[in-house]
Design a protein around this ligand. Structure first.
Ligand code: MTE
Ligand code: QUE
Ligand code: MOS
Length: 775
């Protein structure tokens, strides 16, 4: 019974002993070269020429390559418009333009300063409002429409109009983008990359080098974190390394420094969302009109899908009867923004959570009252603004239970008393929710494949398209396969991901990596289980080995599969109670010349969304949770502490409770960092200034909630997914928003009627400025 157990992450030992191999831990090959990409020193305009002649004379430098050396110089997951290396038009400051190649990184870093760029600077756009004014757009979404928002707004007793703004976020994975390209025979190429999307890496490398897909293999053992940042943007760096490997016929290693990675790669999309909301005197939302603007940066990347997901999540946990939601992605002269845990969901949901705090202040009511009043219900008010029925909806129960277990009502009273009394501090309290749609909204991505091989000694190797980035997908796959065969988890190894074994795979993303790949692996395992059951059925019937026919399909009814049970390293025939050990049945299958390997393809059923009408079922199911955070702000400095956060989530029946707990706490803290201390600064030329941990502040252990309670509800109703589990990777990120709404609640406690203008992130400095508005 491996499923449901807290077995350790398959790399936990390796990560703490140093045994885990990341890209730059791979041993140096004879003749291997190092690659250093160098970015242009301007955010917009034209690159006229690059002079690297002096750099080439430096010791240790072997070569330099530019856009002209590539067979094909554009890539892009959705729109192929981004250069791998700048050819002429410049998109953003520090955009890679030249590859310096040498024997070692020290030499390359010394030689870097001798590279000269001739640039004709052009006008640059750095903000969403500038981009709107100049009509600089990448994508406009079809509007989402339900009811009649204009009429409902006109009739609403109260209206608020405003703009909600949130900033970008650096992924801050511990392993920067990294890859090594090994040239093989006949011009083939083997890429080892830190990538969430080996298939796209294979694709971009092949195209850039003028190869076909069958001439390129991409292998991913693991990542030192991805968080969405290595979904699309790992690929161009692999193409750079592969270009060098192809030209020099030597292995080429490209491992970015933290600073270069931060300057060159995209981040979470900043959003500025204009809205008008109508509500009644009790706080019931009657209408919402919104236009979401995402800052896509210089290129399209995944921005259109990210905007879509923001528009799908603008309801948060709250029913909208009449809504009109528009969305646009603007083009600016900043690094191209990309996938980041939540994929637009946080930016959408935070808008309505912010609006609810405003309504509460306006009506002088507790924000939790407004939330409970508007929360999606079970039988009525349970259809989203895009027409999907929520099905089994635990949200009302989650609110009720957390309100009780966190002692919300009493603490609110205590906080009110504290705020009336204290001259030096102000406290805030707020509960927010997550209702995260599980599935790629791009329907074709909801597929995967797996192969399961049982070896003669009964141990098992599994290969899928899932990539391990710390989230524990390998451990979950290991558990479901071990469970299927009734063998210990240690008897199953999940192998490195490779496009040679699993092809045409989707990125490990949208929180559905574990769902899809566990399902594919279980399907493959089932094929083997059936053959073993068939064999045992024949053995029990006394069929001579030579006469055992091919295993029939279940429909042919000769195999009574449900009479067989795999558990405790035994295959048991339930009616007779007879059993054979796992090792024995495997050996017998081998000697009887039966296949002990299986490949399976899985696709998520039941998805259908019509882009024209913006109605349908984009998601398989939803993962829900609620969190309540309490903060204390110093009125003199704006500095704050998170005194307590309580989380309650519905993850169905968890495959690995410990791993899921880690995902919940990790995502919450990452979300909290986004809304509090993680702020990106650029100079007037658009160069990123906050490009290292000294200038970019992620949460550390003292910043996390002083009291931190994480609990789960029992839910055995999720029949949609593997062993009734629910996806966990991204949904709890949105619960970090409760820290920001609590900060807003604290500032609102000092408001004399002014509606908050607090933006996200709310750094201590921002808190001080917001408090000063109310003096
Ligand atoms: N957890 C760790 N430790 N490291 C990561 O990079 N990425 C997150 C989440 N949890 C990430 C993580 C993101 S953005 C996604 S989409 C999911 O994991 C992907 O994995 P899954 O689909 O298997 O849950
Ligand atoms: C969530 C995601 C992704 C998504 C949609 C989601 C994602 C992703 C894509 C995507 C969309 C169009 C493409 C493509 C990928 O959509 O990660 O190749 O053509 O890559 O709801 O996480
Ligand atoms: Mo996660 S942002 O879908 O890689």
């Amino acid at each position: 019974m491996s499923v449901g157990q807290n077995i350790p992450h398959d790399s936990s030992r390796g990560h703490v002993t140093g045994g885990s191999v990341f890209i730059d831990d791979r041993p140096l090959m004879t003749g291997e070269v190092q690659v250093l990409p160098i970015g242009v020193p301007a955010a917009a305009g034209t690159l006229k020429s690059i002079d690297f002649s002096e750099a080439l004379k430096a010791s240790g430098v072997l070569a330099a390559f530019t856009a002209q050396d590539l067979y094909h110089n554009s890539w892009g997951t959705i729109v192929p418009e981004q250069p791998i290396l700048v050819a002429d038009k410049i998109g953003y400051y520090d955009e890679p333009a030249v590859l310096l190649v040498g024997t070692d990184m020290e030499s390359l870093l010394r030689a870097k300063k001798f590279v000269r760029f001739e640039v004709e600077k052009g006008p640059a756009i750095f903000t969403i409002d500038e981009a709107i004014a100049k009509q600089s757009f990448i994508y406009k979404a079809n509007a989402f429409k339900v009811g009649d928002a204009d009429a409902a707004l006109a009739k609403a007793p109260h209206r608020l109009k405003g703009a909600f703004e949130c900033g970008g976020q650096e992924h801050f994975y511990l392993e920067s983008n990294a890859c090594i390209a090994y040239p093989l025979e006949d011009g083939q190429m083997e890429i080892h990359a830190s990538s969430q999307h080996p298939t796209e890496t294979q694709h971009v490398v092949a195209e850039a080098l003028g190869l076909s897909l069958h001439e390129v293999v991409c292998v991913v053992k693991r990542m030192g974190g991805g968080f969405g940042g290595k979904e699309s943007q790992a690929a161009p760096f692999a193409a750079m390394a592969a270009l060098v490997a192809q030209k020099m016929k030597r292995p080429a290693r490209l491992c970015l420094s933290k600073d270069d990675d931060m300057m060159m790669t995209g981040k979470r999309h900043p959003f500025k969302n204009y809205y008008e909301v109508g509500f009644d005197g009790d706080g019931k939302i009657l209408a919402l009109k919104a236009h979401l603007y995402a800052d896509g940066g210089a290129y399209a990347d995944l921005s259109s899908s990210i905007l879509d997901r923001a528009m799908f999540h603008v309801d948060g946990a709250y029913y909208l009867s009449d809504a009109f939601i528009e969305g646009s992605v603007v083009r600016t002269n900043l690094y191209s923004n990309t996938a980041f845990r939540g994929f637009g969901g946080p930016q959408g949901t935070m808008t309505i959570e912010s609006i609810i705090e405003d309504i509460a202040l306006y009506l002088k009511k507790d924000s939790l009252h407004i939330r409970e009043l508007n929360c999606y219900q079970k039988d009525v008010r349970n259809v989203t603004h895009y027409g999907q029925n929520l099905g089994h909806n635990p949200l009302p129960d989650l609110f009720t239970e957390l309100k009780k277990s966190s002692d919300y009502v009493t603490r609110r009273q205590e906080i009110d008393a504290f705020n009336a009394r204290s001259k030096t501090h102000v406290k805030g309290l707020s509960m927010t929710a997550t209702k995260f749609g599980i599935a790629f909204t791009a329907r074709f991505l909801n597929q995967g494949n797996a192969s399961v091989n049982v070896h003669k000694d009964g141990t098992v190797q599994v290969s899928t398209g899932a990539t391990e980035m710390g989230q524990g997908v390998n451990t979950k796959i290991q558990q479901v396969v071990a469970h299927a065969f009734g063998i210990p988890a240690q008897a199953v190894k999940v192998m490195a991901t490779s496009t040679e074994k699993n092809h045409n795979t989707s990125p490990t993303a949208a929180s559905s990596g574990s769902d899809i790949n566990c399902a594919a692996a279980m399907k493959a395992a089932l094929g083997i289980q059936k053959r073993l059951a068939w064999l045992f059925q024949n053995i029990l019937a006394g069929t001579p080995m030579n006469d055992i026919a091919e295993c029939p399909t279940l429909d042919e009814a000769q195999l009574r599969f449900d009479e067989f049970h795999f558990e405790d390293k035994m295959l048991t025939h339930l009616p007779s109670g007879k059993s054979l050990s796992w090792e024995d049945i495997v050996k017998q299958a081998y000697f009887n010349r039966m296949s002990l390997g299986e490949y399976a393809h899985f696709k998520t059923e039941g998805l259908g969304f019509d882009k024209k009408t913006s109605q349908g079922t984009p998601f398989k199911y939803f993962t829900n949770g609620v969190a309540v955070s309490e903060v204390q702000v110093d009125l003199l400095t704006g500095e704050y502490k998170i005194l307590r956060s309580d989380i309650l989530m519905d993850l169905g029946r968890r495959i690995n409770p410990g791993i899921d707990r880690g995902q919940v706490t990790g995502a919450f803290v990452q979300g909290m960092g986004w809304v509090t201390s993680e702020k990106l600064f650029h100079n007037k030329d658009g160069k990123l200034l906050s490009h290292s941990p000294t200038t970019y502040k992620i949460p550390n252990v003292q910043d996390t909630p002083r009291v931190f309670n994480v609990e789960f509800i029992e839910n055995h109703e999720n029949r949609e997914n593997v062993h009734r589990s629910k996806a966990v990777g991204e949904p709890p990120f949105l619960l970090g928003i409760s820290v920001w709404t609590a900060l807003k609640d604290a500032a609102n406690a000092k408001s004399k009627g002014l509606i908050s203008t607090l933006k996200s992130p709310a750094t201590p400095e921002d808190m001080l400025l917001e408090l000063a508005r109310h003096e």
